[in-house]
Each structure stands twice: as C-alpha cells, then as structure tokens.
Design a protein around this ligand. Structure first.
Ligand SMILES: [Zn+2]
Ligand SMILES: [Zn+2]
Length: 130
C-alpha cells in the first residue's frame, strides 16, 4: 500500500473504514481525505460524522495563497467555498476529484445537507407569521 502524506501538515494518513467506505485520516491534524465520491456517499450515512474526530479550530485561518497538493496526484488542489449553514473551505483535486477536509469540516459539510429541513421549517414559520 502506498503511504500517503497529509497535504497540510505532512503527517501520515491512515486508512479508516466506515460502512465499507474507506477514507484516509491524518494521524496528526485529523484532516480527512476522501476519494472522488466517498464524501458524497458518506454524508448520507447515519453516524458517518464520527469519523471526523478532530475539532475545527475557531481561530484557524485558511491559507488561501498557498497551494495544497493532492496527496495522490501531487498537483495543486482547487479551493472550494461552501457558503451554507456552516461556511467551510475545502480543497478538491481537479484530476482525481478527491476532497480534503480539515478536522471538523466534514461534520459541517454533512450538516449543511440537513438544511432543506431547516429551510422548510423557516418557510413555514414565515407563512404562519403572515
Ligand atoms: Zn495533517
Ligand atoms: Zn488528485
């Protein structure tokens, strides 16, 4: 097995498996690497946020002017901004479509998709008010 290095801190990525989906988590900073469709598959699984054991540091600044290399392809990843309930920055590889989440970001990423429920609740609320 090829040893993957964390694109952010250089720590070792170790494979962890959740419901037959394997992802790679950094044993230093707890960032998580997802192959192309893994993040989409995982966010639909109940309890999958438990793979994200790290805490998002509040004072963490995204380094926007530094290229973060894909741990597989070693080319610069593209920064994505998810402006949702929880705004998060994450990196995605234009070649293998893998996604990198810093510790704590996958939880938020997943939580962003529970939004339709919140939205309809808000709409109902406004309807009631009228
Ligand atoms: Zn790391
Ligand atoms: Zn890649």
């Amino acid at each position: 097995m090829k040893l993957l290095r964390c694109p952010k801190c250089g720590g070792k990525l170790e494979a962890i498996t959740y419901e037959d989906i394997e992802v790679d988590r950094c044993c230093q900073c707890n960032g998580i690497w997802f192959d192309s469709s893994e993040a989409d598959n995982l966010k639909q699984l109940k309890g999958s946020e438990n793979i994200d054991i790290g805490r998002l540091r509040d004072n963490q600044k995204e380094v926007l002017d530094t290229d973060i290399p894909c741990p597989h392809c070693h080319i610069a990843m593209v920064k994505m901004f998810d402006l949702d309930k929880h705004p998060i920055w994450y990196e995605t590889c234009p070649q293998c479509q893998g996604i990198w989440f810093d510790a704590g970001e996958f939880k938020k990423f997943k939580d962003n998709f529970s939004r339709p429920k919140l939205l309809s609740r808000a709409l109902n609320f406004f309807r009631l008010k009228k």
